[in-house]
Each structure stands twice: as structure tokens, then as C-alpha cells.
Design a protein. Structure first.
Length: 300
């Protein structure tokens, strides 16, 4: 009799992270922290922290400096004593660089849904512990207790490494910071597509249509001017058709990202990627649209 093979399930580490995503115990704390971060009067700095000018989140870029300097310090700590003089400098540089990286991380975290926020909170707490260990390492080295300083730095590197693994889970498993509208260009076929009769789109109102299985936000300004964007927000997939229309833009109802109707450009974060936009035309009372590919943003 043929035996059935047993296929392996998730390992203990992945299973633990999956349980973390579903654990609601810290939700009250998360709600309070989220409100506090959102209430900070950051103005345009908030978009810089999100990475909107870069077109992608700034946090993964900023963390390279502390991680790189701390890893370099660890290499020097493993070398003979005459090569270790620069290690405290690298630890200090990493501590200084950790501040902007953390600020960007908290700004992004405040806009995450519950499952991602739970993982992100543990990620942030682990990084905080790692920073504390490195601060203690630098203090010990300054007082001449170099062996203790090296031990604390090694513990800090291990802690930051574990935090980085959670950060990878957030980015690649949970898609935090990813462009949630990227697939539109792969789903919509080239050429013109029928959206509906012009009379089906009242002037000045957001209406939901569909092209090749993609939800499309349609706004008619007048008889001949119609705007169309992919409906699902590039930030976290919020329905733009349920958002507010203001000053030629639509604001996502979930996290407040604002997109220009004329070309989908993200004029305000937390979204870092623009919305896929459609060229439109009105032919014999029918509205047609085709996806714009590779067009420069329109002038503001």
C-alpha cells in the first residue's frame, strides 16, 4: 500500500509570527500610539518621512546606515585589539543614524492595518532594545570596559537582526509599503475600453466602473472632460470611489492619501506611488478609456 507523503507546514518561527499577526492583546496600546504619531505637527516633513519624494518608503533606505555601521563594528571587534579603535566610532554613528530611521518607521507604522501594526510594534520594540544595547555598549567602551562593550554590541546586533527579520516579514509577507496598484498595468489590456454611457456618470460625482477586472474611479467634470483612475489606493488598497473630491484630487478614505484626478499623481502621502491613470474620450455619448503607460506627471 502506497504511503502518502506528509508535506511540511510552516516552521516554528513563521508559525509564531503568524500568531503574532492575529493576537489582539496590544490593540489598545497600538490605537493610542497611532493617535499620538498622527497628532504630531509634522507638516510636509511627514511626507518626507514616508518617502513620497523617493517614490517608495524611506525607512528601508535609512536603516542601512545603522545596520551597516554596527555590522562593521562587529567585524572590527572580532579582529586583534590594535584594529578595534574605530569600533566605538561606528557604534556612535549607528546610534545617531538610528533616530531618523526610527522616525520614518513610526510614521509608516501609524498608517498600517491591525495585522501589520501588531508585527510592526514588535519590530519597533526589538529595534528599541537593540539601540539601548548599543548605547550601553558605547557607554561601557567610553569607560574603558571594552570587553563588556563588545558583548553588549554583539547582543545588540543579534536583537537588531531579529527585528530586521520581522521587518522583512512586514515588507515581503504582509506587503507593508508595497505599491498596491502595481498589478493594474499587468491586468488591463492595451487599447480603448468601454466604461459606460456618459449619462451614467453624473457631473462632479465619483462613480465606480470596471475594466478587465480592475475597479476604476470615474469622475466627469463636464460633457467632454472625464477622469479615470484605478480605484484601489496604491498605499493600502483603499476604495478611492468612496473618498472625497477636492481641488481636482481625490482623497483616500482609509489613510488620507491624495491623488490628482488628471494623472493619478500622489500629491500627498502616505502613498508613495501614484495611481494608475486612464486617458478618456467621449464617443457618441459613450465614455471610453485606455491605460496611460509611462507618462510624465502633468504640471501642477
Amino acid at each position: 500500500m502506497e504511503k502518502h507523503r506528509t508535506t511540511p507546514g510552516p516552521g516554528p518561527l513563521l508559525a509564531a509570527v503568524d500568531r503574532l499577526e492575529r493576537a489582539p492583546q496590544a490593540d489598545a496600546l497600538i490605537a493610542g500610539l497611532r493617535s499620538a504619531v498622527r497628532a504630531l505637527p509634522l507638516g510636509p516633513v511627514r511626507d518626507l518621512l514616508h518617502g513620497r519624494p523617493l517614490g517608495h518608503p524611506a525607512h528601508p533606505l535609512l536603516v542601512q546606515v545603522p545596520i551597516g555601521t554596527w555590522l562593521s563594528a562587529a567585524v572590527l571587534d572580532l579582529l586583534p585589539e590594535r584594529h578595534r579603535a574605530a569600533a566605538p566610532v561606528l557604534v556612535g554613528v549607528g546610534l545617531a543614524a538610528a533616530a531618523p530611521a526610527a522616525a520614518a518607521g513610526w510614521a509608516d507604522w501609524a498608517e498600517l492595518p491591525p495585522e501589520q501594526a501588531r508585527t510592526g510594534l514588535v519590530h519597533a520594540l526589538a529595534n528599541t532594545a537593540g539601540v539601548a544595547l548599543y548605547a550601553a555598549s558605547l557607554a561601557a567602551r567610553t569607560r574603558g570596559r571594552h570587553r563588556r562593550g563588545r558583548a553588549l554590541a554583539l547582543a545588540g546586533l543579534a536583537t537588531v537582526g531579529a527585528a530586521g527579520a520581522l521587518g522583512g516579514h512586514l515588507a515581503y509577507r504582509q506587503a507593508a509599503g508595497a505599491n498596491h496598484a502595481e498589478q493594474v498595468g499587468h491586468m488591463v489590456r492595451d487599447g480603448w475600453h468601454h466604461l459606460g454611457a456618459a449619462t451614467a456618470f453624473p457631473v462632479g460625482r465619483a462613480v465606480l466602473a470596471r475594466i478587465d477586472g480592475v475597479d476604476v474611479l470615474v469622475v466627469r467634470e463636464d460633457d467632454n472632460n472625464v477622469h479615470a483612475l484605478a480605484d484601489r489606493c496604491s498605499h493600502m488598497g483603499g476604495p478611492l470611489s468612496e473618498g472625497e473630491l477636492e481641488d481636482g484630487c481625490v482623497r483616500c478614505p482609509w489613510h488620507g492619501s491624495r491623488f490628482r484626478l488628471s494623472d493619478g499623481w500622489n500629491v500627498e502621502g502616505p502613498a508613495t506611488a501614484p495611481q494608475p491613470a486612464f486617458e478618456t474620450r467621449v464617443v457618441a455619448g459613450r465614455v471610453e478609456a485606455r491605460l496611460l503607460r509611462g507618462r510624465e506627471p502633468a504640471a501642477a
